[in-house]
Design a protein around this ligand. Structure first.
Ligand SMILES: Cc1cc2nc3c(=O)[nH]c(=O)nc-3n(C[C@H](O)[C@H](O)[C@H](O)COP(=O)(O)OP(=O)(O)OC[C@H]3O[C@@H](n4cnc5c(N)ncnc54)[C@H](O)[C@@H]3O)c2cc1C
Ligand code: FES
Length: 283
């Protein structure tokens, strides 16, 4: 049954805008890293939220870059450590990849809403594509903290074996993992949506909750499958961002409006997590 509550959890918390300090910056693949920032933020942070980084203290590059939160560790007598996983795709991420311990990075966050923990689900299925894996480490931890009976499964797809980022970290979480690669270099050959269709076919009697993050074409297909099978599903969207504060309108996506019409939603404040039922098919 699709959930009646069509919105993901709304935001109701503070954010900070300050310098953070790099604790470590570890390589996971040629173009992929996990950076840990120390920040003076002590409130609860939720899986699905993101941060907006000024990757260098100099004026240039002037625009911040958004990143999902991979993990958070609170310390009773020190700054909170926030992990961010990223691939190097352009100037901003290249600068970030070269940061070393004690370098400063401008930090704005935590931002956005969050994934909903579905306590009535038999299985929470995370469908991730490439670097879209990042929010699911933290979501796995938050499901475990919530002490639900819900089993967790990760369906992880990438173009090739090298782009199955952080897979070894997820293997350490003790959840059920299925993998696909487009070129067949690891796991099942084909798109991750094949794994999802297969999973739903084999688990028809179970009450399933889907969460997905990855390339937009992949998430559109996940949304189609979830709607067709009437399975509740939340997607974490990515759009280019400017302010991340709701002011510039750079980050909009289409959502269902009144009378079957559509309206534009700013994903930095209403998202990035959306229930599929509020999104139009061309989100
Ligand atoms: C809410 C949110 C969460 C994100 N989480 C992560 C994450 O956890 N890990 C990660 O690696 N990336 C994440 N991204 C994407 C990340 O913000 C971009 O890869 C980054 O800003 C690129 O900066 P750049 O200067 O290196 O590249 P640029 O030189 O700005 O761009 C290089 C290429 O990346 C594309 N790009 C730039 N910004 C975005 C964007 N916001 N979304 C998608 N593609 C973009 C450009 O179109 C271009 O093709 C997230 C984006 C959003 C909106
Ligand atoms: S990034 Fe400016 S409104 Fe969302």
């Amino acid at each position: 049954m699709a959930t009646k509550n069509i919105r993901a959890e709304p935001r109701q918390q503070s954010m900070i805008n300050c310098n953070s300090y790099v604790v470590k910056n570890v390589s996971y693949a040629d173009n992929c890293r996990l950076i840990t920032l120390a920040v003076p933020y002590y409130d609860k942070i939720y899986a699905g939220q993101f941060v907006h980084l000024k990757v260098d203290v100099s004026v240039d590059p002037i625009l911040r870059r958004p990143f999902s939160i991979y993990d958070v560790r609170y310390n009773s007598d020190a700054l909170t450590n926030i992990d961010l996983g990223f691939t190097i795709v352009g100037r901003g991420t290249d600068i970030l990849s070269k940061k070393t311990p004690l370098d400063k990075v401008g930090f704005l966050g935590p931002l956005g809403n969050r994934f909903t923990i579905n306590k009535t689900a038999d299985v929470a299925v995370f469908v991730a594509g490439g670097i879209g894996i990042t929010p699911f480490y933290f979501l796995t931890k938050q499901y475990k903290e919530a002490k639900t009976q819900t089993k967790l499964a990760l369906l992880f797809g990438a173009r090739n074996k090298e782009e199955l980022y952080y897979l070894e970290e997820f293997e350490g979480l003790g959840i059920n993992i299925e993998v696909s690669t487009d070129d067949g270099s690891f796991g099942k050959k084909g798109f991750v949506t094949l794994l999802l269709e297969d999973y739903l076919r084999k688990n028809k009697k179970k009450n399933i909750q889907i969460y997905s993050c990855g390339p937009t074409p992949m998430m559109r297909h996940v949304a189609e499958i979830a709607k067709k099978e009437d399975v509740p599903c939340e997607l974490s969207l990515e759009k280019l961002m400017g302010c991340a504060l709701g002011a510039c309108g750079a980050c909009v996506t289409k959502v269902v409006g009144n009378n079957g019409d559509f309206r534009y939603s700013r994903i930095c404040i209403e998202g990035p997590v959306y229930n599929v039922n509020v999104l139009t098919s061309d989100f």
